[in-house]
Design a binder for this molecule. Sequence first.
Ligand code: HPA
Ligand code: ZN
Length: 338
Amino acid sequence: MFDAPITPFIAALPKAELHMHLEGSLEPETIMELARRNGVRIPYASATELRAAYDFTDLQSFLDLFYLGLTVLRTGEDFYAMTKAYLDRAAQDNVRHAEVFISPQAHLRRGIAIAPLMDNILQAFDDVVAERGMTGGVIVGIQRQFDEEDALSMLNTLQPWRDRIIGLGTGGPEKGNRPAKFRRAYAKARHDLGWRTTIHAGEEGGADFVCEALDILQVDRIDHGVQAEADPDLMRRLADTGMPLTVCPCSNIMLRVFPTMQAHNIRRLHEAGLCITVNSDDPSYFGGYMNENFAAIQQALGFSDAELWQLARNGFTSAFMAEADRDRHLAELDKITP
Ligand code: HPA
Ligand code: ZN
């Protein structure tokens, strides 16, 4: 689907990934293997059949498969293997820093114990720090289709890992689930837990969702946010405040937010002075990891290497990371001259 050439420059560019759903990195082969091993029924006969079903019409048609696929995860080992596999794959794309969303509510409601889940995911991060000097961590994602009580209860459950979690986010279906629904959860994350915050807004929801996220939730980043373009005042505000948008080009084509990559607005958002980052969202479902996303926008929209370098830099400056790590990563980026 996305087969633009990955140039040596793109391959060599150090990258920060800020918008990736860990359960969205499960490849169909892994889903089928875990289903077999864990005795979970998946209504597809083979990985090929499952992959053939990745023909989405909108966000919900994807979410149905995403929430089905994650049911094969049962043991702590499964969560460790998924996390390590993603981080190793990201390292191949020269990702040096990865902040990944997890969807604890989807696991808690099917009776998965939280401790093996969290401990194993975090262990995989510890291992890549030790092995590769990669940095990153976990952003806990609220599933917006459930009520705020469910989100608050999840935050209580995660209290023991408070100091190991870097932020709060929100995913799931935007339609009918406005940002303000989670006002108390975001206040708790910021004030009581000391976390940074972000939210999916303006993917299928409108520019008003982005405004609400800024005004009411006071988030530090916006995930997707591409619909902000419809509101000139908001565009100026995003540019003036340097508010990062974590844009996911291949995802937006696969979920028909834009009909083609040529029609994607990422170049216009960048040229309007917004702080734009490039991310893979759910790489196994959307046909591309980080390098494919950078290559796709270069081919379709004519981004120069210097512009791609700036987008990669935005990833590091927008990351929820310690300043010493940021300085180290930015120094590496400075060694790559476009
Ligand atoms: N959008 C919204 N919610 C999600 C996504 C996404 O791409 N992936 C997992 N949950
Ligand atoms: Zn997402």
